[in-house]
Design a protein around this ligand. Sequence first.
Ligand SMILES: C[S@@+](CC[C@H](N)C(=O)[O-])C[C@H]1O[C@@H](n2cnc3c(N)ncnc32)[C@H](O)[C@@H]1O
Length: 273
Amino acid sequence: MTDSIGLDDFYLNERGLASYFECSWLDKFRELGNATPLTSASGSIPEEFIGSTFFTNVANFVFDNAREYLSASQDMLEIGPALGRTCYQTLQRFPSITNVTVVEPSKRLIESFHKLLVDGQLTSFPYVYSLRELRHIDVDSRRIAADCKHVEFTLINKPMQSDTLSRQFDLVYCLNVIDQAATPAEIVNTAMACTKITGVFVLASTYQWSKKHLKNLEEAVSDINGYFDSSWEKIAETDFDYQFRFNERFSQLFCSHVVMYRKIAGNLGKEAP
Ligand SMILES: C[S@@+](CC[C@H](N)C(=O)[O-])C[C@H]1O[C@@H](n2cnc3c(N)ncnc32)[C@H](O)[C@@H]1O
């Protein structure tokens, strides 16, 4: 891991980590044979209620719509990957990708990304037991890391800024990040500058703009398509469910707008409308 600036956690606490773990990885550990039940103060909860299909849906969406452009791609960048499930699903669909850079300012999230995808291990993650209590589940991430062993990861524990990276990538993801960040236009412009010509940029937002994150409220856009000028060709767009459990039987369900563009000429992006 490189460039830690030691932010403890500006973004989420242990309860937030529990929500991310459950929605993004529980189904994968079940598939790998982990049958330890998630207990709950309210009795048994159907696991379909706990997980989110967002991560696999995005990877399938990219595979279905852009595989002809990405079949020989090698380099991928993900901005704000959280626990890396979309990254993992994408790597399983595009075996030519052997270099992945992630820029994730949350220390809690990037350390967990490392445990899951890079340094497979016997470890444990928190999950939501009740309104006040978290419990832990033991998991074995060695198979997950083994599935990614052909990949060289560069993990950058910093917010994405215009000078964070000086190279370009075949595939760039920035999913549900911009409305949670202080400088969304800078993030989008940097992601665009980091996309190779003929490369693919996938941008998603739930448009949950708030003063809590945003430095300049005028940067709140209502359609992320507005970021793209004629240097970009639209490949596809869609909306996917994106959900997190907060208490045993209470989730927040967001509608994430996902757009996918191919860069056809050099530019640095345009200002947010
Ligand atoms: C709602 S989560 C989305 C996580 C993941 N991409 C997904 O779709 O589930 C927002 C993510 O953006 C990250 N983030 C916030 N500000 C950022 C910034 N300035 N640069 C890069 N990532 C940032 C957070 O740490 C968190 O991982």
